[in-house]
Design a protein around this ligand. Structure first.
Ligand SMILES: [Zn+2]
Ligand SMILES: [Zn+2]
Length: 221
């Protein structure tokens, strides 16, 4: 059994192909998928897609690469996260690879998401690219370890990953590379909600998170 923790099935190139994608998931034992929000104007589409399958879920958030989009507030994100299909906050984070210049707005947006996640008690989906130092600093300053989550688009070194390691019983597992400290528990919560049997089968469910959508991966960035 696999869980795709990061897909954008609402994107136009995928949305008209949901039946084929669902069939491909079945073929490859991908039993659950998390549809990631990238901006508020398209959130309705994300939720609509997530609702087409019992085991598809959603997140609420605004991507750090979306500069020209309505800025979310903490209150907005918290209210939107109440939706029964929403199990996480994001994707959020920092991206100094695709954007440059004064990116203070990106850092403020990231803080907004962490604050919302803490109030909503939901884990974070964090996109970090060429911005490891600020990502870790802001996570620490805002107490992101209180909610945990998944690091995504992660291109950093072992040294960067070390402080984020989770204390799971599988410390030798490659899954710890994308854990925030203490996040295994939170991810367990996500996946336990998705499938209660996961909690019994693996203490660190990140080892199950495998994306099999090559087309989806190509557009996520
Ligand atoms: Zn991303
Ligand atoms: Zn993405």
């Amino acid at each position: 059994m696999f869980v795709d923790s990061h897909c954008h099935l609402d994107f136009p190139e995928l949305r008209n192909n949901l039946d084929a994608i669902s069939a491909a998931m079945d073929e490859n034992q991908v039993t659950h998928a998390l549809c990631i929000s990238v901006e508020l104007p398209t959130l309705a589409a994300v939720l609509e897609v997530a609702q087409t399958h019992e085991r598809w879920y959603a997140t609420v958030g605004v991507h750090p690469d979306y500069e020209e989009t309505p800025e979310p507030t903490v209150e907005q994100l918290v209210n939107l996260a109440v939706h029964s299909k929403v199990v996480g906050i994001g994707e959020t984070g920092l991206d100094y690879y695709r954007l440059s210049g004064d990116l203070e707005w990106q850092r403020e947006r990231f803080r907004t998401h962490i604050r919302a996640a803490r109030i909503a008690h939901k884990p974070l989906i964090i996109h970090t690219r060429s911005a490891a130092e600020d990502t870790l600093r802001i996570m620490k300053e805002e107490g992101a370890e209180g909610v945990g989550g998944v690091m995504h688009c992660f291109t950093e070194s072992e040294a960067v990953v070390s402080p984020m390691r989770c204390n799971t019983t599988r410390s030798d597992s490659p899954c710890v590379r994308c854990c925030i400290s203490g996040s295994a528990l939170r991810m367990e919560r996500i996946c336990a909600k998705v499938n209660p049997s996961i909690r019994r089968t693996s203490p660190c469910v990140l080892s199950l998170l495998v994306s099999l959508f090559s087309s989806s991966r190509a557009v996520t960035g």
